[in-house]
Ligand binder design. Structure first.
Ligand code: NDP
Length: 290
């Protein structure tokens, strides 16, 4: 692998902005991709406190930063502050990547298409015509659900602790994509009938995240069809308890590492026009995750 060039007066600046961001795996991953091509670019982490968001966006422009990823808690609010949104960002109503085109700030979303690429490349699964069950209706679930609907998933059931959030998202999916969607609670009587018929089950709540690492108490893996592909958007720990239990049921499983990798790879390509060095980026993530 090639060595990083010296930082100079013309080194282009990229980064990730969020709050907090110290835990982000993106700086190491994106800098490895820049190094791979010996690009005179650097990627940093910008921790932006909530009352400083507008100043931060103006600051990026004023300082000549070329592009940034956007992470929690700013993905939706930044989508309302850009000059132009890509079709993907418009569909999802959130951005996870920005770039300045001349003086215009353009917002794009690669979270949903990153998950889609992981589904297709890592698990050989195409959503068109399939029945999908998503547990959760937060930001990550939104990106995944609207993207799967746009790529032809025939029926999407969304189960969430706050039922109203699930029903509102289902209504939005039907209005924006014309695909069938239904909102459910996590009550076993409501959720259970939708599980055995799902070709694809996606765990998109934050339950099971490091360090707690618990299994969702409201989900019984015995309800799963052993032919289903079961995903968890969590990549720390890998595998999650949810995926371990799905594997014991005989299901194929996919964790969230691919989504993280491909959203980053697609961001890299959107900024540079170059094919992302996916293997180098994956190695960086695996190394950081130990
Ligand atoms: P949000 O905060 O936007 O949403 C959290 C979701 O989890 C909501 O649906 C919430 O339900 C639900 N939830 C939280 N606690 C519980 C609980 N105790 N029981 C049941 N449901 C619960 O988070 P994100 O959507 O951004 O993230 C969700 C997960 O996806 C996280 O684990 C995150 O690490 C992962 N993720 C992975 C990515 C990747 O690249 N692989 C990218 C982004 C996220 P309610 O609406 O009722 O509050």
């Amino acid at each position: 692998m090639s060595k990083r060039k010296e930082i100079t007066g013309v080194t282009e600046i990229f980064g990730v902005m969020g709050y907090p961001v110290a835990h982000s795996l993106s700086p190491a991953m994106q800098n490895k991709a820049f190094d791979y091509y010996e690009l005179d670019k650097i990627y940093l982490a910008f921790a932006v406190p909530p009352n400083c968001l507008t100043q931060a966006l103006n600051g990026l422009r004023a300082l000549g930063v070329t592009g940034v990823n956007v992470t929690l808690p700013y993905k939706e609010v930044v989508a309302r502050q850009v000059d132009l949104l890509s079709p993907e960002a418009q569909l999802i109503g959130a951005v996870n990547v920005l770039r300045f085109d001349q003086d215009r700030l353009v917002g794009h979303n690669t979270d949903g298409t990153g998950f889609l690429q992981s589904l297709e490349q890592d698990a050989g699964f195409t959503p068109a015509g399939k029945k999908v069950l998503v547990l959760g209706a937060g930001g990550a679930a939104r990106a995944v659900i609207l993207t799967l609907a746009r790529f032809g998933a025939a029926q999407i059931s969304i189960a969430n602790r706050t039922r109203q959030r699930a029903t509102e998202l289902a209504t939005e999916v039907e209005a924006k994509t014309g695909q069938k969607a239904v909102g459910l609670s996590l009550e076993p009587s409501e959720l259970k009938p939708w599980v055995p018929e799902a070709d694809l089950v996606i765990q998109a709540t934050s339950v099971g995240l490091y360090p707690k690492g618990e299994s969702p108490s409201w989900f019984n893996p015995d309800w799963l069809s052993p032919t289903a592909l079961v995903c968890d958007l969590i990549y720390r720990p890998r595998p999650s308890e949810f995926l371990k239990r799905a594997a014991l049921r005989g299901c194929r499983t996919l964790d969230g590492l691919g989504m993280l990798l491909y959203q980053g790879a697609q961001s890299f390509t959107w900024w540079t026009g170059l094919e992302a060095p996916v293997d180098v980026m994956r190695q960086s993530l695996l190394k950081q995750l130990g």
